[in-house]
Design a protein around this ligand. Sequence first.
Ligand code: MG
Ligand code: ZN
Length: 219
Amino acid sequence: MKIINPDKCVVFFDFDNTIATCDVFDSMLPVFSRNNIWVKLEKAWEAGKIGSYKCLKGQLSGMVITNPALDSHLSSIKLDPYFKKLVKALSSKKIKVIILSDNFDYILKRILHIHGIRGLKIYANKLHFRSNRLVALFPYRNQKCEICAHCKTKNLLANVSGDSKIIYIGDGRTDICPAQYADIVFAKDSLLKHFQDKKLACFAYKSLKDIYAYFKGVF
Ligand SMILES: [Mg+2]
Ligand SMILES: [Zn+2]
């Protein structure tokens, strides 16, 4: 195992199904949707027929939700128990940790706050409340990308330099874009499948415990 210089290293995490043990937005759908349109959209997204911009926008418009009800739902979300340990270990080496998510900033910040995790740089879609509806903004959309609402590559590249050692940890289709720019990729589920299908190098992982063990060996 090669030793990595921590000064050059930037670690990027996806959020849903990577840091959080579920897809948080998906967990909100059956609770807050006022009709079943979200099911059709979800199926179309899973089949690769629509991108996440269209999917998220459509699903949000079908939700009725108040701020306290959302907060109460978010308080039930669990994080991978090794995330906090990982952040602590990486921060102690002064390694940059950045979250790139195709979920919404409000949701991520709220959950991380509940779990006592502060000070991480987060890039995600934006969300605000308008009485009992949610309004979304997608400032990081890439018109050329058919898959993502937040196309993560631009924000990844803005946080590295030519000699950075880029580490990417993720699971889903919106991780495919940025992970291609990483030196080391930890992948599971659809991201892993993509990398294996394309015969690209990556480490398969099951939970952040595996990644914690890896970092223990290289820093
Ligand atoms: Mg994910
Ligand atoms: Zn993209």
